[in-house]
Design a protein around this ligand. Sequence first.
Ligand SMILES: [Ca+2]
Length: 83
Amino acid sequence: MDDVDGMFTGLGMYVRYASSGNWVKATGSEPVQIASGDINGDSQDDVVGLFTAIDIYVRYASSGNWVAATASEPSWICSGRLR
Ligand SMILES: [Ca+2]
C-alpha cells in the first residue's frame, strides 16, 4: 500500500502512513511542489520537496531526514526512472 503526502496550509507537510492510518508531520515548512520515488536505491519511496527560497530537499524514507539535493531552485520537479 502507498502512503499519502498532504500539505496543510499554515501547518506544513504531513504523511499518512497506510500501515497505521495516522498522519505524521514531515516538516513544518510548506513545499510548493512534491514528488516521490526511490531516490537512493534502497527500494523505499522517498519524498522530494521544492521549497521556495531554500531549494530542493529529499526526505529519505529510511531516516525521515530532509537532505539538500541542489543549491538552485528549478521551476518544477518530478521523479521517475529516467534511464
Ligand atoms: Ca529510497
